[in-house]
Ligand binder design. Structure first.
Ligand SMILES: Cc1ncc(COP(=O)(O)O)c(C=O)c1O
Length: 466
């Protein structure tokens, strides 16, 4: 494995989901931070697994995960501000672990064509807490599969095959999901993809082709209306409701897009796989926008950070595919996963995690504002509940990609884990069970790391001058 800074051609492809696993910064981190048994395990991992962008070879190895924290093989602890967004309830929540253990003793699998109590109970509970009108449920073993079911249902229900989705979006890594996804690292050199997938710009003012300036003017929402009218036969618009990587749409955005969908007979599918179930300070992110989509896709934290589980929620009138297999997944009614899901929803309610995400998110916003005053590298802060992002740009406005990596590795050395998205956004998504002290600890670490990176940059400038 060679470590090289991405060429300008690679850079576009790497402005995506996560930080890059083959840069000189990664190599330097690996050389002095990864030691002993971890080094051996990483070498074995790299020897046995297929290598792929973003994740393999790996960064480090874990031996523990509990609450808001993870522990590596060397016993070092990190506040996990990434957690793959499965950790709304924190890792290894005792109630969820107990529910999983109980279920293992009762019924550990449900053969297809049979149902089981945990599956029905979870579906009913989801329906009760979902936005009004989303009455039908189908489970899948992962978010990507649930997205696939949503796309198929939209085709069956409308008799149309086209989709409108967004550049820079992520809906999973399978061929159907990357067809509506918008990140080059998943799409490049892998086609042909699904026909009829049209992409539009996301509501992200930076680099927006409509040149709306510092804040979104909703020209991009009007453009969706334009595309839907030109195509005339689009089955659905599919998008992530909010995304720190890179956008939190303005207040009126979704109402305008939904009105356009209604005008042109297209369904609206919202992907809340990483952001649903409380992360944004509402149970579902679409609640911030006062809309109910035709389909809502959930995943990740639904399995309590223990079991793989995702769900498609749909309006009653979309129960029209009785003669088509939408999912048919072997684990679609897995009782252990469903028991984990039920316990997760109970913990979210019992521990008031939705309100907590809002409260801690507000606190985090004020701390991020202070950091931005102190560190000019932070040019923008983003936050909705505990979905947060710090955008790093240089004085000339270019993305501070190397600096972002240096900050990330400096944070890892101090016990804070997060990922970088779009090359220059420090993307921060902690467990919702985080304490205020832990939140402050994390921002203290970020502050120190930003100071260190600034000092290193001015040190190297001085060297150049002398
Ligand atoms: C917005 C979004 N959609 C879909 C997916 C795919 O989910 P999974 O990895 O469970 O298949 C992800 C995963 O990161 C995601 O963030």
């Amino acid at each position: 494995m060679t470590h090289t800074r991405p060429t300008p051609d690679d850079t576009h492809a790497l402005l995506s989901e996560g930080d890059v696993n083959f840069t000189p910064e990664r190599a330097a981190f690996a050389a002095d931070f990864v030691t002993g048994a971890t080094r051996e395990l990483l070498a074995e991992d790299a020897e046995v697994f297929l290598h792929q962008s973003l994740s393999t070879p790996c960064l480090n190895a874990l031996s523990g995960a509990e609450g808001a924290w993870i522990t590596d093989l060397e016993g070092r602890r990190y506040l996990d501000f990434h957690g793959n967004n499965v950790h709304q309830t924190g890792f290894a929540h005792p109630d969820i672990v107990a529910a999983v253990k109980r279920q293992l003793d009762e019924l550990s699998f449900c053969t297809r064509r049979y149902t089981c109590e945990p599956a029905v109970a979870l579906a009913k509970r989801l329906r009760d807490c979902a936005p009004a009108g989303l009455t039908r449920v189908l489970f899948a073993p992962g978010g990507t599969s649930a997205i696939g079911m949503a796309l198929k249902l939209a085709r069956v229900a409308t008799g149309r095959f086209k989709f409108v989705s967004m550049w820079d979006a992520f809906h999973g890594a399978s061929l159907d999901a990357i067809s509506v996804g918008g990140e080059a690292v998943f799409r490049k050199n892998i086609g042909p993809l699904l026909p009829g997938c049209e992409h539009v710009p996301p509501p992200e003012p930076h680099g927006c082709p409509f040149r709306c300036g510092a804040s979104c003017t909703l020209a991009c929402a009007d453009y969706i209306d334009y595309v839907l009218s030109k195509e005339g036969d689009v089955a659905a618009v599919i998008a992530e409701t909010v995304r720190c990587t890179p956008f939190i749409p303005p207040k009126d955005y979704w109402q305008r897009v939904q009105a356009a969908c209604d005008r042109h007979g297209a369904l609206l599918i919202l992907d809340e796989i990483p952001v649903g179930l409380g992360r944004t300070g509402r149970m579902f992110a679409c609640e911030h926008y006062g809309i109910v989509p035709d389909m809502l896709v959930l995943g990740k934290g639904l399995g309590g950070g223990i079991m793989p589980l995702a769900a498609l929620l749909a309006k009653e009138e979309l129960n029209v595919a009785a003669h088509t297999a939408l999912g048919h997944y072997t684990h679609e009614k897995n009782p252990v996963a469903c028991a984990a899901g039920l316990a997760t929803l109970e913990v979210i309610e019992k521990e008031n995690l939705v309100a907590r995400a809002e409260e801690l998110g507000n606190l985090a916003l004020s701390r991020m504002r202070e950091l931005a005053v102190k560190h000019p590298l932070i040019t923008e802060i983003r936050g909705l509940g505990l979905l947060m992002g710090l955008v790093l740009r240089r004085a000339d406005g270019s993305p501070a990609m190397e600096e972002a990596e240096r900050v990330m590795y400096a944070c890892l050395r101090r016990g804070l884990n997060f990922k970088i998205t779009m090359g220059c956004i420090l993307t921060l998504t902690p467990a919702l069970v985080l304490t205020e002290e832990e939140l402050m600890l994390a921002f203290g670490i970020l502050d120190e790391a930003l100071t260190e990176v600034k000092a290193r940059a001015s040190g190297s400038k001085d060297e150049t001058l002398s």
